[in-house]
Design a protein around this ligand. Structure first.
Ligand SMILES: Cc1cc2nc3c(=O)[nH]c(=O)nc-3n(C[C@H](O)[C@H](O)[C@H](O)COP(=O)(O)O)c2cc1C
Length: 645
């Protein structure tokens, strides 16, 4: 069988015929208008994804009830006024040849927006694990109202032209809150000791939706196969209610995983989880029901999805973040151009975490077009310019690629022989290989785009005069900070970059100085090799936040490997075989310490600024050269600097 035969064959589910078995799963965008209606940004974002030709697109969470919204700009379906905008979403998908389902949602207690106003409702007054506030317990009248609201929202979806609806029964929102013993403590007919007893609300919601939309309209039910939290339900529990879910009206089961507060945010799994890691749950679901099942979880390779379907583990495969990283991945795969696919690195910086942390609407840290479709210039630029990019980290490479894509004449200068900036090192710690694959891909794209690359070439005043560019993108990155500590000159002292690159061999008892990402990842790298690692950080709390999925994983691993993390602690002096540290004004000696690895961070390397000003060459400073930060900011600033040219 030729590659992708399974994935690319048609499938019909009730009234819905799909051209292939690829699903774009629901992804909240925060792009809606403040009144919950569809915005031009929603349409542009969806159109770009639909151009990638998935068989089925499922919209982001769409509110069934005003008391269940996660945020004011969440799309709504609880009133007829939403129908015109929703039908424009449908038109965008249909024009591109995809079918589209609307995901119907009620946040229950998982809405910080409603919790803050004291308006959030839930099966029981149990505080949200994430937001820590307590919702109001739903009365039987509330329950009836919400059940009806799901049905009415589904009818509006049908009126707007959607091909199906999906009921959001996953990830800890209202439906899961009823299923979960952690959040459902009710003693009436909607509670109970078993999942089967607690499933009554979910079953009634499905039944009502089926009643209102009629027998032929497809209904998908998204569930978390496992709650994946201490005390949560398991897939074996879920197996006991799945036949009821199907009997009530589900035509498709969408097999997600995890809940709010699941460790490491497994729903949007990090690189620690293998691509397709969650297929096992889809298989377990198929043991007990015969309707089509959608598998989801770190898929970025259509060939893997094809295998999964070929083995019969699932009928459909959802690619979530991959649609953010590269909406054209399926078209590229179909054409055998797999090397051109920009693979999702599962970093969560631009997408889910940006949204959860209230940093803004959906983006992708490696694809600057995502979430910015309405301002993304298609090119070519009206006035092609001679652009000089200084530095080849994520920001410089993005700027160089974008400038070449828009028709500018671009030269990229890198003072080192090897391209990649900080990524040359950041790719080395455990589970970071995927970042390295991305930077290699990006370098390749820059070459193919026709950028002249001059590595091993520092940029100075003479070079700038000779080149006489129209614009310079200063992406020269950061410079290591070397703090004035007694003993810093000793041979036992090195820095994180020397350790990661292998230019200095690690010893056995190591002190890492600095608890930012570089220090933490270096500690991870060293403890992975069995070294005894202590890390000191002057801040009282870790700058690597456990609320981020990568941060959670790092803290978890360091704890498992018994790496000692000392916060609020300053390194005072470095001796021979020991160091002096100070915690809360108390000095103590740490020993044995046979190596001190400095990772106190970077400061902007931007000395060319003054020269550019004196030469009156227009320039933009981006990424770490502006302020040391993450890939997301470097890529974003690199692209935006070029778009403004
Ligand atoms: C930015 C973002 C928003 C999401 N919003 C939703 C949502 O609205 N409804 C939902 O059921 N799942 C949501 N998810 C989960 C995805 O549908 C999907 O299950 C998850 O990203 C795992 O798939 P992936 O590994 O292919 O990205 C969201 C995920 C991301 C990254």
């Amino acid at each position: 069988m030729s590659p992708l035969n399974q994935l690319l064959s048609p499938i019909t589910i009730k009234s819905m015929s799909l051209t292939n078995w690829v699903v774009m799963p629901p992804m909240g965008t925060n792009l809606g208008r403040d009144d919950g209606t569809v915005s031009p940004e929603n349409l542009a974002y969806l159109k770009r994804r639909a151009q990638g030709q998935p068989g089925l697109i499922i919209t982001e969470i769409t509110a069934a009830h005003p008391e269940g919204i996660a945020s004011p700009n969440q799309l709504g379906a609880y009133d007829d006024r939403f129908i015109p905008g929703l039908s424009r979403l449908v038109a965008v998908a249909h024009e591109a040849g995809s079918k589209i389902a609307m995901q119907i949602h009620h946040a229950g207690r998982e809405s910080t927006f409603l919790l803050e106003q004291g308006k959030a409702v839930a099966p029981s007054p149990v505080p949200s694990i994430v937001f820590r506030r307590t919702p109001r317990e739903m009365t039987l009248e509330d329950i009836k109202e919400v059940i009806l609201a799901f049905g009415s929202a589904a009818v509006r979806a049908r009126e707007a032209g959607f091909d199906a609806v999906e009921l959001h029964g996953a990830h800890g929102y209202l439906l899961t809150q009823f299923l979960s013993a952690i959040s459902n403590r009710r003693t009436d007919e909607y509670g109970g000791a078993t999942l089967k007893e607690r499933s009554r609300f979910v079953i009634e919601v499905i039944t009502e939706v089926r009643r209102q939309v009629g027998p032929g309209f497809p209904i998908s039910v998204r569930i978390s196969g496992e709650e994946y939290i201490r005390g949560g339900y398991t897939i074996e529990d879920m197996q006991t209610i799945l036949p009821d879910i199907v009997r009530a009206g589900a035509d498709i089961i969408h097999a997600s995983i995890g809940t709010h507060g699941s460790p490491g945010a497994i729903t949007q799994a990090t690189p620690e989880y293998e691509p397709g890691f969650n297929v096992g749950l889809a298989k377990k679901i198929k043991e007990v029901v015969s309707v089509p099942v959608i598998a989801v979880g770190r898929f970025s390779d259509p060939a893997l999805a094809d295998e999964v379907i070929g083995r019969g583990d699932a009928e459909l495969v959802a690619f979530g973040r991959q649609f953010l990283a590269d909406p054209d991945f399926l078209i590229k795969a179909k054409a055998g151009r797999t090397a051109e696919i920009r693979k999702c690195i599962a970093c969560n910086q631009g997408c889910i975490e940006r949204e959860i942390l209230g940093e803004g609407n959906i983006r992708c840290s490696i694809n600057p077009e995502t979430g910015q479709e309405t301002i993304y210039p298609k090119g070519p630029a009206a006035k092609p310019k001679k652009v000089l990019v200084v530095g080849s980290g994520p920001g410089g490479l993005t700027a160089a690629f974008e400038a070449a894509r828009l028709g500018h004449r671009v030269t990229l200068f890198e003072q080192e022989e090897e391209l990649g900036g900080q990524l040359r090192y950041a790719r080395i710690p455990p589970y970071k290989k995927i970042y390295g694959e991305w930077i290699d891909w990006q370098i390749d794209q820059v070459r193919k785009a026709g950028v002249t690359i001059q590595s091993g070439t520092p940029v100075n005043e003479r070079l700038l005069r000779d080149q006489n560019p129209d614009h310079v993108i200063l992406a020269s990155g950061g410079e290591k900070i070397i703090p004035p500590i007694a003993g810093i000159e000793k041979p036992s002292v090195c820095d994180a970059w020397q350790i990661l690159s292998g230019t200095v061999a690690p010893k056995d008892h190591i002190l890492v100085v600095g608890g930012g990402l570089i220090g933490m990842e270096t500690a991870d790298f060293l403890s992975e090799q069995g070294k005894e690692v202590t890390l000191v950080e002057m801040l009282e709390r870790s700058p690597v936040r456990k609320i981020t999925s990568h941060g959670y994983m790092l803290h978890q691993r360091l704890q498992e490997k018994k790496c000692r993390l000392l916060f609020g602690t300053v390194l005072k002096s470095i001796g021979d075989g020991s160091v002096e540290i100070e915690t809360k004004g108390e000095t103590s000696t740490l020993s044995p310490v046979d190596q001190v690895v400095m990772a106190v961070g970077l400061k902007p390397r931007d000395e060319l600024k003054g020269i550019l000003e004196s030469l009156k060459i227009p320039f933009s400073v981006i990424g770490d050269a502006r302020q040391p930060r993450r890939i997301f900011e470097a890529v974003e600033e690199g692209a935006q600097a070029v778009w403004k040219l």
